[in-house]
Design a protein around this ligand. Sequence first.
Ligand code: NAD
Length: 443
Amino acid sequence: MGESETLETPEESRPDGSEEIGDAPHVSEATDDMTPFEAASFFFQRSAERLELRDEMREVLASTYRELAVQVPVKMDTGKIRVFRGYRIQHNGARGPYKGGMRYHESADLDEVRALAALMTWKNALIDVPFGGAKGGVQVDATSLSPGELERLTRRFTSMISYIIGVNRDIPAPDMGTNAQTMAWMMDAFGQKNGYSPGIVTGKPVELGGSPGREEATGRGVVICALEAAERCGIDFDGASVAVQGFGNVGHWTAVLAAAKGAKVIAASDVHGGTLAKDGLDIEALLKHYAEESDVTSFPGGEEITNDELLELQCDILVPAAIQGVIHSKNADAVKAKLLVEAANGPVTPVADSILESNGVTIVPDILANAGGVTVSYFEWVQNIQEFRWELKDVNGELEKRMQKATQQVFARADADGTPLRAAGFDIAVERVARAAELRGYV
Ligand code: NAD
């Protein structure tokens, strides 16, 4: 194994309490009740079949390398202790240190975090950053905690997973329910034990070594992909109607940047529901309203709609940018958009994927569409290691180059193999990871 920090033998990885998982789900058929990890595994297994991967390789790539589950007791503002469940899961480290976000959400259980960790492996390989895939999560409704409670939760959780993270080992980042402030607490908690280590997390505040452009990077990447894909589908992006589900980090930046490129953002939503203006929402006014009310449904410049209605709107481009599994067998037929850009992770279930495909909807898969965030996270990590800051224009320029290159590679592969974009993206990514594992002598 040479100098590998990421593919140790099982014996070396045991003192931290983690365990090896030998079995991976073998999902031969897409069904409606698939769990998120079964859904992610389904797409991987189809790829493994197309690529005719040998069985040992399939087994290694299908299962997660290391899973750490911890109990996170937190002193609440009332003085009472509440105990939360947290996870850090490392899926595959053949191409570099593990990398992936931290999600604070009630649904962030073992299965969901496994699925997200696997998707990170494929995403990092497809966008060609030198990272393996990981994800973390705490099962908590972050909106129900005070800032003090969130800080105590984050510090405790960081210290409990500190055995398996590291600047050259596993680097967390924000995801749903976490943000730059969460990363600042994580960096500080880790630094108290290990010394100044800005590269331990990405998505930090710029004042603490974060990269300019990281906050909007995922949304910027979504729009770069959407522009390329619109051209491929014969949609004029200038004036195209766009509906965005989710108005958090990814959703609101997608709306802002799509509007800046001339698209007409007709609908946006959050967990409460959505707002619709067929002639295009005033995004600046919506941002101001959201900053004050934390609710898009009451926006006076639009008409209230439900999240389900948003997904079925007559529009050119649909961008789910919230949670997984929102487009499923029961509503896939009702999707009217010609182009669906997966800003969220896993928003389309495998059953819905094939319905949309037979209905002629082009899907830009999550492992490509939302890779802008991890790309700028990579730039942030590089800046931290080199202690050298980049200008915003350099960050955005490099991001655009990398997103366009990966998108063109996916289009070319899809055209050459006659497959949908998701299959092409998985095939490129799985090939790269399999090759790295082989070269290391791991499989
Ligand atoms: P966020 O917490 O900032 O925002 C999430 C948004 O989704 C909020 O507007 C919330 O109100 C809404 N939402 C939550 N539950 C919902 C529901 N049931 N129905 C409709 N809307 C709901 O999170 P984010 O960072 O913007 O992440 C959104 C998605 O993008 C996630 O799937 C995440 O994994 C993915 N993603 C994020 C990044 C990143 O850099 N933040 C990178 C890649 C992928």
